[in-house]
Write a protein that binds this ligand. Structure first.
Ligand SMILES: Cc1cc2nc3c(=O)[nH]c(=O)nc-3n(C[C@H](O)[C@H](O)[C@H](O)COP(=O)(O)OP(=O)(O)OC[C@H]3O[C@@H](n4cnc5c(N)ncnc54)[C@H](O)[C@@H]3O)c2cc1C
Length: 443
């Protein structure tokens, strides 16, 4: 390892963003990515920033906290947001990307940067010197996870996460489906697969009785609510999926002119629109059972699967006891953590912590004070949540306006209130980075 360059461990959403931020400020970076030599079980390629499940970066609009987080990322010249802009596919009010083009864009940008060296190698221990960013993700290799567990002197926390299947577009029976976005929002971006009550009941009975993958300790460890397998949702009762991934609200079947009893939405997964993913259908059914049970949805009777759903352990550190809000390890300030391993949840949140770790690792390496972002910004609120002192154990979290300090005079209407949070965040972010720039004119 070159002791002069900053070391980044892991070339996922967080590691790629961190490396980019370091390099754009002028630091030399050595990025270690263990794939393709060693895989995680959820990744399928050797590309950096591979999206392991959904191809959605969620809501686009500023009235939603993840929309704001993305806007802040754009303001701070995020590589992940550049890639998203270049590879976007229609998703009716959300940001979704062609997953292969997205990861290729990031890989090209990182590998071709003159200040970044990418080494395809597993790192099993923290380097003993130099500035380091650990961004090894929810599926950190076992050797590194064990080393970190001992070094941090704290147990890893864990829960389970799942990925949804993807089907070939031309295997979907379009005579049993229709194109629309919920409530007519944006373009008609989704393929909607309706079920009548009889079809739904047949599907539901098959789903709860279907064979599931046996994974050790899976039933004793919590699932992340936002990624709950469809069959676990069904276990809660017949109607539960009808308020989740099979909800029909905001959709009218043009064949009947009525709202269907249940609807599964399929989202475009690549630019060529040859693949679609089953939105919200994360699952741990065996692959054979996925094919059998999902074929009870009329439009999927003959569906061909490009990828079946899978379920994986998701590990993260107790950031509340080991990290400063600069994302530095309290015991050894030259070591930074970023991404899902810190207890944030989601692609955008992982990239956001990668961006902050990249900015701060650069400052640390240059002898400057690392930054604590204002808590009124989406970046600041999220990092404050994972690092704040609290008696309750850290639960992985997506960014939400619930994490923000209250507004001085909040509008009563929710959407206006959210936009006020966003307006305050963007104003403070601009002022904050202006103050910390060498050419600040803020006064
Ligand atoms: C099954 C599953 C489904 C998910 N579905 C979604 C979803 O639909 N939407 C969503 O927003 N988020 C989802 N997530 C969460 C998602 O993983 C994160 O949001 C995001 O990928 C985390 O980014 P990251 O950079 O922290 O980790 P990753 O993107 O996983 O990157 C970590 C990288 O580090 C590498 N690595 C690990 N150990 C080592 C080592 N010792 N040495 C060198 N390299 C190493 C890995 O190969 C990997 O490339 C899912 C996670 C899982 C596991």
């Amino acid at each position: 390892m070159n002791s002069k360059s900053v070391t980044v461990i892991g070339g996922g959403l967080a590691g790629a963003e961190a490396a980019w931020q370091l390099a754009r400020q002028g630091a030399a970076v050595t990025l270690y990515e263990m794939r393709p030599k060693l895989s995680t079980g959820a990744h399928h390629t050797a590309l950096l920033a591979e999206l392991v499940c959904s191809n959605s970066l969620r809501a686009a609009d500023l009235g939603n906290a993840v929309g704001l987080l993305k806007e802040e990322l754009r303001q701070l010249d995020s590589l992940i947001m550049r890639a998203a802009a270049a590879t976007e596919v229609p998703a009716g009010g959300a940001t979704a990307v062609d997953r292969t083009e997205f990861a290729q864009f990031v890989t090209r940008a990182v590998e071709s940067h003159p200040l970044i060296t990418v080494c395809r190698q597993e790192i099993t221990e923290l380097p003993k010197s130099g500035t380091v960013i650990v961004a090894s993700g929810p599926l950190t290799s076992s050797a590194l996870a064990e080393h970190l567990r001992q070094a941090l002197e704290a147990p890893y926390l864990a829960f389970f996460d799942a990925a949804a299947p993807i089907v070939l577009a031309d295997s979907i029976d379009m005579s049993q489906a229709f194109m629309a976005s919920r409530y007519g929002k944006g373009e008609a971006a989704y393929i909607n697969c309706p079920l009548n009550e009889e079809e739904y009941d047949r599907f539901y009975q098959a789903l709860i009785a279907a064979e599931r993958q046996q994974l050790s300790d899976i039933d004793t460890t919590a699932c992340f609510e936002g990624c709950m397998p469809i069959e676990s949702m069904a276990d809660r009762g017949r109607d539960t999926p009808l308020f989740g991934p099979l909800k029909p609200v905001g959709l009218t079947d043009p064949r009947t002119g009525k709202r269907p009893f249940a609807v599964l939405q399929l989202r475009q997964d690549n630019r060529g629109a040859t693949m679609y993913n089953l939105v919200g259908f994360q699952t741990r059914l065996t692959w054979r059972e996925q094919k059998r049970v999902f074929s009870l949805i009329p439009a999927l009777r003959h569906a061909e699967y490009v990828r079946f759903g899978v379920m994986h352990r998701n590990t993260f550190i107790d950031s509340r006891s080991v990290l400063w809000p600069t994302l530095q390890w309290r015991k050894d300030a030259r070591v930074f953590f970023a991404g899902q391993v810190t207890g944030v949840e989601g692609y955008v949140e992982s990239a956001a912590t990668g961006l902050v770790a990249g900015i701060n690792a650069y400052r640390f390496a240059q002898g400057m004070e690392p930054l604590v972002l204002p808590v009124v910004t989406a970046h600041g609120a999220l990092i404050n949540y994972i690092t704040e002192h609290s008696p309750s154990p850290l639960q992985p979290m997506n960014v939400t306006f619930g994490l923000f300090p209250p507004l001085a005079s909040p509008p009563r209407e929710r959407r206006l209130r959210n936009l006020a949070y966003a307006e305050r965040a963007m104003r403070e972010l601009t002022e904050f980075f202006c103050k910390h720039s060498p050419n600040c004119l803020c006064g």
